[in-house]
Write a protein that binds this ligand. Structure first.
Ligand SMILES: *Cc1c(COP(=O)(O)O)cnc(C)c1O
Length: 492
């Protein structure tokens, strides 16, 4: 694959792929018609046959790794399979061709999808109502904090300016709090991987506006003191937000609203089976208890006398967080997903997700011990620390997994676990697939002992090896260079 010539190398003078019709504008008139400065020199395009073009792009597309090509245990991201039926429903032209400016009478079906989901998401999470507007998990976090601030202000407590965040939290939590203008204080994790209640008590006070708590936590553990924690925070006059990105562990089984939370966000693009990755559209809908409802973003999709309406007349609203009605297609997919699983099916998602993660954890823990020795939820956080004595790090294990055909797990997160490998198999994988992944992980542990250089130089099977990932992402170079030049520059 690495030696596969790109399209410019395949070019041969005079080779032709297709025959466009002759240009019917006389070349001599061109400058007059479009202005002198706009006439272009003929572009230097590769001269190739159609088959070469097809092979070029098909080969490029195979360099992409996705859930449709293989196992993708990227912890915290819930890279599960998205049933094709959701796509079939979403591609129905009645949905796909809706214009966002159509009058409400013409989009009653679309509004019903949103309205149904609002109530289903509220029911699944144990809250009073929901809005589908935020386009990402982080956006849902920010919105919840804005609602919490509006709530405090309405009670004359606008001075509360601190948000507490556990030291294990996803980076979006402190970022959202800072974006909302709050000061962030970090709360410690205890020896069981839960919130350190003594440390929490130290932080609680009259200036705390909220705590953002992820349950199950980013350590893949259920917060076993959750009810007490919510009570402590409420007693201090603050609100509790649940980062619900890990809802895949709980859907249909237990509800954060019943644990004492005031609001939460959900990632439809994780739990409710819409494709994600690559920065595509998402939906970080939020669900809230009734005391936060007046502040929800406009418009609220409501039902008046059997007609769906967009209610803009909400004087206490924090305003919009997305144009029109959010990333609507995510809602269509989630609607189809919830309907196809039904009340009986939804708990099976969580049960199998948890079972699969515990199975992987049990198979791997000899070589890759658990960060905390407990039953995990939908993902397990292991450490590659024992391999350090062979000079091998979590990153090396992950890069070597690529050679075995697997997407690596999440590395070095949560930050409090040294050499973290965060594995989330999801409920959609078979036992055979999880076994194959665990076999590869165990084989890699053996390789570390016998010949760590195999790991240090991995991956061996990809067109490019190890990149400086931050540099590659920030200074992306999409210009073509000849294969020879790349070889000379030693980037292949
Ligand atoms: C994915 C994730 C988020 C953020 O969701 P985005 O849609 O990527 O903004 C927040 N918290 C946790 C625990 C997550 O896993």
């Amino acid at each position: 694959m690495a030696d596969f010539p790109l399209i410019f190398e395949r070019s041969r003078k005079g080779r032709i792929g297709c025959m466009p019709p002759q240009c019917d504008v006389p070349v001599s008139d061109m400058a007059e018609l479009i202005g002198n400065g706009l006439v272009r020199e003929p572009a230097e395009l590769p001269e190739v046959g159609e088959l070469e073009v097809v092979r070029h792009f098909t080969n490029l597309s195979h360099r992409n790794y996705g859930i449709d090509t293989g196992f993708y245990p990227l912890g915290s991201c819930t890279m599960k399979y998205n049933p094709r039926v959701n796509e079939a429903v979403a591609s129905n032209p009645s949905f796909a061709l809706t214009h966002p400016l159509q009058p409400v009478e013409a989009v009653q079906g679309n509004l019903q999808v949103i309205y149904d989901l609002q109530s289903w998401m509220a029911e699944i999470t144990g809250f009073d109502t929901a809005t589908m507007q935020p386009p990402a998990g982080a956006s849902g976090e920010l919105l919840c904090l804005l609602l919490i601030r509006a709530f405090h202000r309405s009670r004359g407590e606008g001075h509360r300016d601190i948000v507490l965040v556990p030291d294990s939290a996803h980076g979006t939590n402190p970022a959202s709090a800072a974006r909302a203008g709050y000061r962030v204080q970090s709360v410690k994790t205890n020896s069981r991987g839960g919130t350190d209640i003594d440390d929490l008590k130290q932080h609680l006070g009259p200036n705390v506006a909220a705590m953002m708590l992820t349950n199950p936590s980013t350590l893949g553990l259920f917060e076993d003191n959750i009810i007490e924690i919510c009570q402590l925070i409420h007693n201090a006059g603050a609100q509790v937000f649940c980062d619900g990105a890990n809802m895949n562990a709980m859907v249909g089984v237990t509800r954060p609203g019943d644990h004492g939370f005031d609001c939460m966000h959900l990632n439809l693009h994780k739990t409710f089976s819409t494709p994600h990755g690559g920065g595509g559209p998402g939906c970080g809908c939020i669900a809230v208890k009734s005391h936060l409802e007046p502040y929800l973003p406009v418009p609220v999709v409501a039902n008046r006398d059997g007609q769906y309406i967009l209610d803009d007349n909400r004087p206490e609203s924090v305003g919009r967080v997305h144009s029109f009605y959010g990333n609507f297609m995510m809602n269509v997919r989630a609607w189809a997903y919830v309907r196809s699983y039904g009340k009986e099916g939804l708990p099976e998602i969580a049960k199998h997700a948890v079972l699969n993660a515990n199975y992987a954890q049990a198979r791997l823990k000899e070589e890759y011990p658990q960060a905390f020795d407990r039953t995990c939820m939908h993902e397990c956080v292991l450490t590659a620390k024992p391999l350090k004595r062979y000079g091998v790090r979590a990153l090396d294990v992950s890069k070597r997994l690529i050679d075995y055909g697997f997407h690596p797990p999440t590395n070095y997160f949560p930050l409090i676990v040294p050499e973290a490998l965060m594995i989330e198999p999801t409920e959609t994988e078979t036992k055979e697939m999880i076994d194959a992944f665990c076999d590869a992980m165990l084989e890699i542990a053996e390789e570390s002992k016998e010949d760590p250089s195999i790991l240090h130089n991995a991956p061996h099977t990809t067109p490019v090896g190890r990149l400086d990932e931050a540099f590659a992402a920030k200074t992306l170079d999409v210009n073509w260079s000849s294969y020879e030049d790349l070889k000379k520059a030693d980037v292949l």
